[in-house]
Design a protein around this ligand. Sequence first.
Ligand code: DUC
Ligand code: ZN
Ligand code: ZN
Length: 467
Amino acid sequence: MGIVFKGGTIINAAETVKADVLVEGEQIVLIGANLPTKGHQVVDAKGKYLLPGGIDVHTHLALPFGGTTSSDDFETGHRAAAFGGTTTHIDFVIQPKGGTLHDGIATWRKKSQIANIDYGYHLAITDLRDEVMNEIPSLLDEGITSLKLFMAYKNVFQIDDTTLFRAMQTAADNGMIVMVHAENGDVVAELTAKLLAEGKTDPYYHAVSRPSTVEGEATGRAVALAGVANCPLYVVHMTCQEAVEQLRLGREKGFPVMGETCVQYMFITADDLKRPNYEGSKFVCSPPVRTKKDHGILWQALRDHTLQVVSTDHCPFWFEGGVNGRIPGKELGKGNFAAIPNGLPAIEDRMKIMWTFGVGEGHFDANRFVELNCTNPAKIFGMYPKKGTISVGADADIAIWDPKKRETVSAATQHMNTDYNIFEGYKLKGLPVAVWLRGQQIVDGEKYLGHNGYGKYQKRSPHAAVL
Ligand code: DUC
Ligand code: ZN
Ligand code: ZN
């Protein structure tokens, strides 16, 4: 017995078609008008859209960071993702200092045993010794085809230009892509020390310590090095005009460079960091949230294909970590903005927010929405056409979207393991109401049907598309 999704409208990146979908086992096996239903379970999709399951390629689940650990793990974060229409994500394995890349993978494999949705790994290199460089090609056997390097977080994750360039050369030789967190960490460290010495310790000064010019400079540097190395580059969490301009320039020169922004960077501004009673700390992430003008630049860059993907950088922390015996959270930075754990909750909200405001307010159409949130992530990171599309042969990862359904965002009703929501009070229209992952229904309205261990590790292919 299969499942027939009857009467819905399929939205893929390339087209919108009214058609039925037959799923057998884990895959989509047939798409067409008026498919026979005899012997199959029928899902009534009349008046609804069928979207490919979302793919969030930038998450940090259960990440030890900033003196604590991010508060969603591969169970809670996955459940929240599913309720938001996301069925696959890629998390960042962090190479432990002094350890090997495979040490990091072993740690992440343990965390992932409880996976509810599908997932892959990027590898964040923090210590590129010669033997670690030699280890890089063996990542392909693990299905890891993307390396991440931090140009910021001095004395923690930051690498120098030699390391970045060597990594790019090795990645290019092996069909891999390099991802960068692009901020000039040396300058951030200088500005941070100066501000703290002046007694400027509130959350707002976190943004002052990381100006957009510093992001633009690092982005331009990474783009130039990728051009020299002829290495596919993907700049994560781009926030501002200065960075977008550098990426655009690189693309005009024909360099193989791409970029993402994250949902928060189109809505939250640095003024939110000034909210009273330390509430500004809820919005502290790196790079920081910027200005309304930058929001406009990012919408435009998503429209004109300078940017290819919307992700989240989901890295949640409790606001009141000390309450009810929870692990520490944002309170760690009271009196010192540099000690605020960096990161925000967003994995549940990404698709819902982008639909309401991206499609609903006419920034782009529903096909571009799918491209940015589902298809391009799969293409760039070697999972297409298994993921990211509703097509014959693809995994049956399907979100039924009700264009009329409304909801008001609230921490009280969210599934993310945090005590606040950065989009609190936002009014949404157009929501996922039922979600399937590889042919199994995991969300039915308010009901969660997924379970620990169902999520499958995704081995990804090298030489993925440069878009
Ligand atoms: N930025 C964040 O805000 N959190 C996690 C890591 C990062 O680069
Ligand atoms: Zn980052
Ligand atoms: Zn990140």
